[in-house]
Design a protein around this ligand. Structure first.
Ligand code: RP5
Length: 283
């Protein structure tokens, strides 16, 4: 399983998402903490939505003492990247500088764990035969993609792992909430949808990626990590037939062809490239 960490590209985006805050500029050769840069003085920002003390966010450092690099009660503060540094009680982003200190929009100091369900099917013609790409000659895969409400970018319908929650549960829950809007369908349809989803998600799935996410919300002290798992509907008669309906954090939802030209949220297109390699599909 490839697990290479993504470089800081989106994690150094100039404008911090959902704010008027501009990150301090960090040149490529100064991203790594091991490169000495005594003048580094990043802008500090934690969003009001986090400072309001919602139940999904940590209090400020000083008013509590989290157990970093450990399972802290039900909150998993370990990193897939290995042991991260903690300086003056504050965790340091394992991939280096981002030009912004504090937590930004992220609730947890240190790693914020997510799960990304990549639900795929083959693109078929009216007769049910696989459609091959005109240039690569390889069959085309499609995945369920959502348009995020917060930034308008297309993405995998992932979400945060709740404290103590099994990742397998998060994968199914997030997919149901974001792509099938299971929260709002009538009771009569809910059972059938639930049955098909449970069947697909109870198959082992292919673990595509486990590690750091190059998410635009990352900061020097808080960052996203994920487990991305591919659930594939080979025959096309499972989830392929379910009515997609955007819900929760999604503005729109649709089946999208996998292709290297896809411009997706964070480094999600990298995860899809790994899926197409594994399934010998067009990229
Ligand atoms: C990304 O943010 C992850 O890969 C996942 O798709 C997503 C989780 O955050 P929310 O959608 O819950 O904001 O880094």
């Amino acid at each position: 399983m490839p697990s290479s960490a993504a470089p800081h590209v989106k994690s150094r985006c100039a404008q911090y998402p959902g704010s008027t805050v501009t990150r301090s500029a960090v040149p490529d050769d100064k991203v790594d903490w091991s490169v000495s840069w005594p003048e580094y003085d990043p802008v500090c920002y934690t969003a009001p939505s986090v400072l309001n003390k919602p139940q999904w966010a940590d209090p400020d450092i000083g008013s509590f003492s989290p157990q970093f690099n450990a399972l802290d009660g039900a909150v998993d503060r370990t990193s897939f990247q290995g042991k991260y540094r903690v300086e003056n009680g504050t965790p340091l982003n394992p991939l280096g500088r981002t030009g912004l200190a504090g937590r930004g929009l992220l609730g947890r100091w240190g790693p914020n764990h997510a799960a990304d369900p990549i639900v795929t099917r083959w693109k078929l013609d009216v007769k049910g035969a696989k459609i091959h790409h005109s240039v690569s000659k390889l069959p085309i895969l499609q995945f369920v993609s959502i348009k995020r409400k917060d930034c308008g970018e297309w993405a995998i319908p992932g979400g945060m792992v709740d404290p103590g929650e099994q990742v397998s549960l998060t994968l199914q829950r997030e997919f149901s909430e974001e792509a099938l809007n299971s929260l709002s369908v009538p009771e009569s349809e809910r059972a059938q949808i639930h049955q098909r989803i449970t069947k697909l998600f109870s198959s082992p799935g292919f673990q595509v990626y486990k590690g750091y996410v190059d998410d635009p919300r990352n900061t020097d002290n808080a960052w996203m990590e994920t487990v991305a798992v591919n659930f594939h509907d080979e025959s096309g008669n499972s989830v392929s037939e379910l009515p997609l309906q955007a819900g929760d954090d999604a503005g729109q939802v649709q089946w999208v062809d996998l292709d290297s030209s896809l411009a997706l949220y964070a480094n999600h297109s990298h995860f899809l490239q790994l899926v197409s390699n594994e399934r010998k599909a067009h990229w």
